[in-house]
Design a binder for this molecule. Structure first.
Ligand SMILES: [Zn+2]
Length: 341
């Protein structure tokens, strides 16, 4: 696995806590862009090229995670969820609390099955009934290492599953961030100003995309994000026919229309460009979930926006699976689209 990709996947950054990811993005984008700044909202905004038109390409830096809410007198940590996480995937996980004095390992504890009553076995434990064990003896003891409002991430674990299939704790949307770096690196001739934006706080309301696209006021925007692959057991083909390894997904509609509804012109442009350049692609019609594109396209007086998505298995879980080939096709299609705009 490419070391930069690993570094981005493993970095910590729940919504509002994207500082570490931002510093990686700034450093990498500085290598290929004319200027890079971090704005007051925490977005990384890089600029490359000259021209009358402005094109914005973005990917969000934040990941879903947890936040320290309360510490019991026995030294156990209660937490809130930041972003959409299914309570059922939390129990038993190892997490890292990003504390001021350094990382603290914790286990999301639960009652052993041996002690569970019959009715308990069939019910989902809610996240507010769970706790994190950091091996502290008391609240005072815990507070020596952890503070209220520290961010908590799933333990970084990226690696190669098999062949071109990789896994990591936050493919959504760190593989988009990685793609953004590659797009700016490979993008050569353009007669427009290209803005690469690594946005903040997408998972909690598409916020960084709102402020940054307002500021840039682009003529066209592309959001690069992840989408739900349907090629694992338990998902009906009619609910998602997208497959990992079958190419970048051109998203047409998100959240049954509550998110982006990509215009016919942009849809045709992406599909024609993919066909012309023989780029492996799939068409994404999403019933649930949206991206930064949903905010950008209705910002100001309406900004023409397209969404390119990389299919992932197990989104918003401690480990997601994706294909590096799909990341490459997303980079390729974004570049070809920008060049011809
Ligand atoms: Zn995302």
């Amino acid at each position: 696995m490419d070391q930069l990709l690993k570094k981005i996947l493993d970095a910590a950054g729940i919504s509002g806590y994207e500082k570490d990811v931002a510093s990686i993005m700034k450093k990498e984008l500085e290598k290929s862009c004319d200027s890079v700044e971090i704005d007051s909202f925490g977005n990384v905004i890089a600029k490359k090229g000259k021209g009358k038109k402005k094109i914005m390409v973005c990917a969000h830096m934040d990941e879903v995670g947890l936040l320290v809410k309360y510490i019991t007198k026995e030294g156990y940590i209660h937490f809130i969820k930041v972003g959409g996480i299914d309570d059922r995937i939390l129990l038993g996980n190892r997490v890292i609390i990003k504390a001021k004095l350094g990382d603290v390992v914790g286990i999301i504890g639960s009652k052993a099955p041996h002690l569970q009553k019959e009715e308990e076995k069939n019910k989902v434990t809610k996240h507010d009934e769970m706790f994190i064990d950091i091996g502290a003896k008391s609240r005072e003891d815990a507070l020596k290492r952890v503070s209220i409002a520290d961010q908590i991430i799933f333990e970084p674990n990226s690696g190669v599953l098999h062949g071109k299939l990789y896994y990591g704790k936050a493919p959504d949307d760190r593989i988009g961030c990685y793609a953004l770096i590659k797009i700016m690196e490979k993008l050569k001739k353009t007669n427009a100003e290209i803005y690469a934006v690594a946005t903040t706080q997408e998972e909690v309301g598409l916020k960084g995309a709102r402020t940054s696209s307002f500021k840039i006021d682009p003529d066209f925007a592309i959001a690069v994000d992840t989408t739900i692959a349907g090629d694992n057991p338990g998902i009906r083909e009619q609910d998602s026919s997208l497959k990992v390894g079958e190419g970048v997904c051109i998203t047409i509609i998100e959240a049954s229309g509550r998110g982006v509804i990509v215009s016919e012109k942009i849809k045709d442009m992406f599909i024609d460009t993919a066909k012309k350049n023989k780029i492996k692609h799939q068409i994404d019609v999403l019933e649930g979930g949206m991206t930064d594109g949903a905010m950008i396209y209705m910002n100001r007086a309406g900004i023409p926006t397209g969404v390119l998505s990389i299919p992932c298995r197990y989104l918003h879980a401690p480990t997601g699976v994706f294909s590096i080939d799909d990341v490459d096709t997303a980079v390729e299609l974004a570049i070809k689209a920008i060049e011809q705009l």
